[in-house]
Design a protein around this ligand. Structure first.
Ligand SMILES: Cc1cc2nc3c(=O)[nH]c(=O)nc-3n(C[C@H](O)[C@H](O)[C@H](O)COP(=O)(O)O)c2cc1C
Length: 195
């Protein structure tokens, strides 16, 4: 797909079918992750975890479900909750996606904040690759934040990460319930000044 056409198709998908993505598609998405730029070329500080186990996704969603009990707070965080299931019991932060890839970073203090930039670059690259394949995807920050907020429901250990790594972002991927369609790119969403 032409790059700007791809950008018009990119959106966050929040309803997935149960169909698993193919191994070929997964391989392309992981290749896209490796194509992303990383500060100071420190790829060794990044670790990806592909989760396709329903059991593990359920465990990881526990804190999010609990957090959604505070609906007023959730409204404050995400603003427009109209396309999200507000029933806390039914709330699944992964929206039924059969694959979630977590992007973890080695804990480091040499360049504070660069870890978040790195994982964002990698995740966005996977998001665009998924879009190009006609797959739906959505960044996953909330579920990890919920686990940090509710330490007793923090199930990050289940990700079996190498020592000294922490999950900072994820991406849920699957077949969208509604086929992706192109949108106009609105250029007035972000303020810009010119000097
Ligand atoms: C860093 C980051 C974290 C995000 N975390 C979540 C999340 O946890 N859950 C979710 O449903 N959407 C999440 N999103 C998606 C944004 O809400 C979405 O990109 C934004 O509302 C714009 O909508 P669009 O992607 O459809 O254009 C995240 C996006 C980014 C960039």
């Amino acid at each position: 797909m032409d790059y700007f056409e791809l950008l018009r198709y990119r959106k966050s998908t929040r309803k997935f079918t149960q169909e698993q993505i193919s191994q070929d598609n997964l391989a392309d998405i992981l290749a896209a992750a490796s194509s992303a730029p990383v500060g100071s070329n420190q790829y060794k500080d990044i670790h990806l975890t592909v989760v396709q186990s329903g059991y593990i996704l359920d465990k990881l969603s526990e804190a999010s479900a609990k957090r959604w009990e505070d609906k007023a707070k959730m409204k404050k965080i995400i603003g427009d909750t109209s396309n999200v299931e507000l029933n806390q019991k039914a709330f699944d932060p992964f929206y039924g996606a059969p694959t979630v890839i977590f992007v973890s970073h080695r804990k480091q203090d040499l360049q504070p904040g660069i870890e978040f930039s790195n994982v964002a670059c990698i995740t966005y690259s996977m998001h665009l690759a998924a879009t190009n394949l006609g797959l739906g995807s959505v960044f996953m920050w909330g579920s990890l934040e919920a686990m940090r907020e509710i330490p007793e429901l923090d199930n990050t250990a289940i990700l079996n990460l190498p020592d000294d790594f922490e999950p900072l972002l994820g991406i849920a991927i699957g077949h969208p319930e509604q086929k992706l369609s192109a949108r106009d790119i609105k250029t007035d969403k972000i303020t810009i000044n010119y000097l």
